[in-house]
Design a protein around this ligand. Structure first.
Ligand code: SF4
Ligand code: SF4
Length: 400
């Protein structure tokens, strides 16, 4: 899509999102319910919380939930609960397991039906019987950290292809996790090739939920949105992540994305049940939670998204266009994701984890006289790789 067409498409999308789509329930599932007003909490007493149903799971939750990945603060989780959020998303690998431990210590003081907990476990052992056992043993570690017998949603983490989504060993592992009571529902998370992975999730008949990257900065947003609609119509619950596309347009953090507008834009799609922004402060909690009561985009918000959609920014499309031009077959999209985590989210732990997955501390560009990898967004990939590689040198104990 050319930039003028894209700008026009987005502008129209933002207009539609604030008008026709607003109030159109996903298969009649959206309801508004009263929130309990708490003194000092960001819960507007005179407005109704917007609640949706997560596909065939039947789980009901506000349109904005808490992505806990960037926060180690139990007080913030309690405040989110008291403000009316009910769904909390973590992962086996976040903060080297401390994120799950922190949530376990918070949730042990609440009735089990007061919250919905989702965690994600990655498979690193291919598609074999050993991979099933390895993955399930990691799930058991997560449950122990969370101090729970069962989670509500268990995701196969970071699935980037149809082949991976349909890998027989992983489908078996997910079904075993469900049958054994380790989880009520299963899903997958994806932040690349989202349309292909969403369609594969439907095809499998196994996944109850898909946690997908989706935001206003995606060049392929129309195809992600269409795949979300297909999956939702098939009964798969849709949870949105990376709605804020890195949070900033620049590395120096002088150009912030209008995160509230970006969040509203995504949850205005009635096929998206909820989004999981990774907030870390009480002010951000208040701002995000306000969207649970009002998803209307103002004219100013629409304009800021339409203009921002054309900025290069920190958000890598994960399109892999650059890879074919790289003589060393460097996993550039992973480096660029680590770069966004470093300079957008300021989450060095997550960046470190991505770089560890890549698996080498050597400079992959060392023997290259000039960079031949072309980025569709004009990112200086060689410079960014050299810059973000430094994060892999930080000792793990300093990332706590
Ligand atoms: S300099 Fe560019 S082409 Fe060369 S290895 Fe690095 S990313 Fe690939
Ligand atoms: S670096 Fe550029 S070309 Fe490569 S995946 Fe990211 S956006 Fe696409």
């Amino acid at each position: 899509m050319h930039s003028t067409e894209r700008r026009s498409f987005l502008k129209n999308s933002f207009v539609l999102a604030s008008g026709a789509l607003l109030g159109v329930p996903a298969h009649g599932q959206e309801k508004r319910s009263s929130g309990k007003a708490e003194p000092g909490q960001p819960k507007p007493a005179d407005k109704k919380q917007i609640i949706r149903t997560l596909g065939r799971t039947g789980l009901r939750m506000p349109v904005v939930s808490m992505g806990v990945m960037n926060s180690g603060n139990p007080a913030l989780v309690r405040a989110a609960l008291e403000a009316g959020m009910t769904h909390f998303d973590t992962a086996h690998g976040y903060q080297k397991g401390r994120n799950e431990e922190m949530l376990g210590n918070v949730f042990k003081d609440y009735p089990r039906d007061a919250f919905t907990i989702a965690t994600k476990v990655q498979s690193e052992s291919g598609d074999s019987p050993a991979a099933v056992l390895d993955w399930l043993s990691k799930v058991d570690v997560s449950l122990k950290r969370l101090q729970m017998d069962s989670v509500d949603i268990l995701y196969l983490h970071s699935v980037g292809s149809r082949e991976r989504a349909l890998a027989p060993a992983m489908l078996e592992a997910l079904q075993k996790a469900k049958e054994s009571g380790r989880t009520r529902f299963v899903g997958l998370s994806t932040h690349s090739n989202e349309p292909e992975v969403l369609d594969a999730a439907v095809e499998s008949g196994v996944y109850d939920v898909v946690l997908t990257a989706v935001n206003f900065k995606q060049d392929h947003y129309p195809s992600v949105k269409a795949a979300i609609a297909r999956a939702a119509k098939a009964g798969v619950g849709i949870v949105a992540m990376k709605t804020m596309a890195g949070g900033y347009y620049d590395r120096a953090k002088t150009l912030p994305i209008n995160c509230k507008a970006a969040l509203k834009f995504i949850v205005q799609d009635p096929h998206v049940t909820t989004a999981i922004p990774g907030f870390t402060t009480f002010d951000q909690l208040a701002e995000n939670n306000s969207v649970n009561y009002d998803i209307t985009l103002t004219e100013e918000e629409r304009d800021s998204l339409a203009a921002g959609s054309l900025e290069g920014g920190l958000y890598c499309q994960q399109c892999s266009h650059c890879v074919s031009g790289c003589k060393n077959n460097v996993p550039i999209p992973s480096y660029m994701r680590a770069y966004m985590y470093t300079y957008g989210y300021r989450n060095l732990g997550l960046a470190h984890a991505v770089l560890s997955e890549i698996g080498t501390k050597q400079d992959p560009c060392l023997d290259c006289a000039s960079c031949t990898a072309e980025c569709v967004k004009g990112f200086p990939v060689r410079d960014r790789i050299a810059d973000v590689r430094r994060v892999s040198e930080i000792p793990e104990e300093m990332l706590a």
